[in-house]
Design a protein around this ligand. Structure first.
Ligand SMILES: O=C(O)CCC(=O)C(=O)O
Length: 294
């Protein structure tokens, strides 16, 4: 689906865009089934590992998966999907034809307890040489206010990069005392399974726990223009970096832009995922809506 100019203008102004019905019912069913299969395979898993991030209440005989990490590295169905033009066509309309996948995950807010994600900017985790860096999410379930819809602060992609540190280390969440954002004004990204939501990596966003009786799975892809190079270096070396040019041509010439940067160091005390980074924070915005993530 190619974007119309009005959609591009909306994105430029607000920093996010909903693109309904990106996945056909067949592709949606197939990827939901693959996700279910991977979640069920967490039975017997003792602790967080390279595939699973687990709720604190997870037990090997009663699995509670909070996130499937980098599904494209472990399961071919996800790699095939992320290279599909159904996904990359709308993205190309915003950052150009040459696209690299930086990372991916499936966040699973299980019915009744799925964990909140505190307010943050993805850019705080992985600043690049320019900010043609997008978060591209596909809803695997209908998403609404009851099951933990993502909230986005419209226009925040044009603002500063906020401090995501606590007690002298990166913590993956905004310092609530150090900004004057009115989170009650966040735009709620509700939609149907199969819809796409694209947002700029500098947008402030977060989501509450799932208190409904319906799960909320969000498949999230981090996509960049190929000439955006990560300032913290290549995590897995050059060959791997190259392998994830998912559309168009690669480039050895980073584009340098005057973008606000604050490096995510010293490393978070709890590593492994955003949920772990944010663990134990004293100020938690979503606590007032019921902590969740038990
Ligand atoms: O799953 C969500 O609602 C939030 C996702 C998110 O912001 C993240 O994982 O960085």
């Amino acid at each position: 689906m190619l974007l119309e100019q009005a959609q591009k203008d909306f994105f430029a102004e607000n920093g996010f865009l909903r693109v309904p019905g990106v996945l056909s019912p067949e592709k949606l069913r197939a990827i939901q089934a693959e996700t279910d299969r991977v979640v069920q395979a967490a039975s017997g898993v003792e602790d967080h590992n390279e595939i699973y991030d687990l709720e604190a209440s997870h037990k090997p005989n009663a699995p509670r998966v909070r996130r499937i990490k980098t599904p494209h590295l472990h399961f071919s169905a996800f790699e095939d999907l992320v290279r599909d033009t159904d996904l990359t066509d709308p993205v190309a309309g915003l950052i150009g034809e040459d696209i690299r996948l930086y990372g991916g995950k499936i966040n699973i807010k299980a019915a009744g307890y799925g964990a909140p994600v505190e307010w943050h900017q993805d850019w705080a985790f992985y600043p690049h040489t320019n900010d043609d860096v997008l978060t591209v999410a596909i809803m695997l379930d209908d998403m609404d206010a009851d099951n933990g819809s993502l909230g986005i602060m419209a226009g925040s992609h044009k603002g500063p990069i906020f401090d995501h540190h606590a007690d002298g280390a990166f913590c993956g969440a905004l310092d609530l005392a150090a900004n004057s954002l009115d989170f009650d004004q966040a735009a709620q990204m509700t939609g149907r399974a199969g819809d796409m939501l694209i947002f700029h990596s500098r947008c402030v966003h977060g989501s509450p726990a799932n208190r409904s009786n319906r799960q909320r799975r969000l498949m999230i892809w981090e996509m960049t223009a190929v000439d955006a190079w990560p300032l913290a270096g290549l995590r897995d070396g050059y060959d791997e970096f190259e392998r994830w040019v998912i559309r168009g041509e690669s480039s050895l010439v980073p584009r340098l832009e005057d973008v606000p940067v604050r490096m995510p160091y010293p490393l978070a005390v709890h590593g492994g995922s955003i949920y772990e980074n944010q663990r134990g924070m004293e100020q938690q915005y979503f606590k007032h809506m019921g902590a969740g993530g038990d």
